[in-house]
Design a protein around this ligand. Sequence first.
Ligand SMILES: [Zn+2]
Length: 187
Amino acid sequence: MNRDAGGFEGTEQSSDFAAVPDAFQRLWTPHRLVYIQDGQQPHADDCPFCLAPEMDDEKALIVARGRYAYVLLNLFPYNSGHLLVCPYRHIATYDEASPEEVAEIGSLTQIAMGVLKAVSHCDGFNIGMNQGRIAGAGIAGHLHQHIVPRWALDSNFFPIIAGTKAIPRLLGDVRREVAEGWPQSTN
Ligand SMILES: [Zn+2]
């Protein structure tokens, strides 16, 4: 389903999800656009990446929880299966992460790649961290690593970031698929 053109089915409330706002215009999340329009950043007490782990996995779009970091779907995906790896601590940049957090962000990223390969048969990945507003971070106050699966026939990155992107799969369906594909020992 094209969520932007086709409207909202009413089964997923965006206000319930953690998110990284970006440059896209999405009229179904006006409350999130406040971040973009006025440049405000959430504090730790209302940070979506601090609040998400307090909710249940389905509601927060969390696919796996580690000891120091967790993995969730991006509410503003570049592609289906766009994941974020976040430390539980409200830290802004990678150099503030402890050795334990660095290690677990790395291991969760590796596991996520394996799960995405298995469940979505993607051909490649874009992985990275935008740190600071100037570098494009939507939620600059809370570190998060993007994992974007890529397919040989998907669009290249510039048309995606320049315009509207149709995401054919509902977030809840993708979350369930990735969570079910996650190795049990790390979940
Ligand atoms: Zn936070």
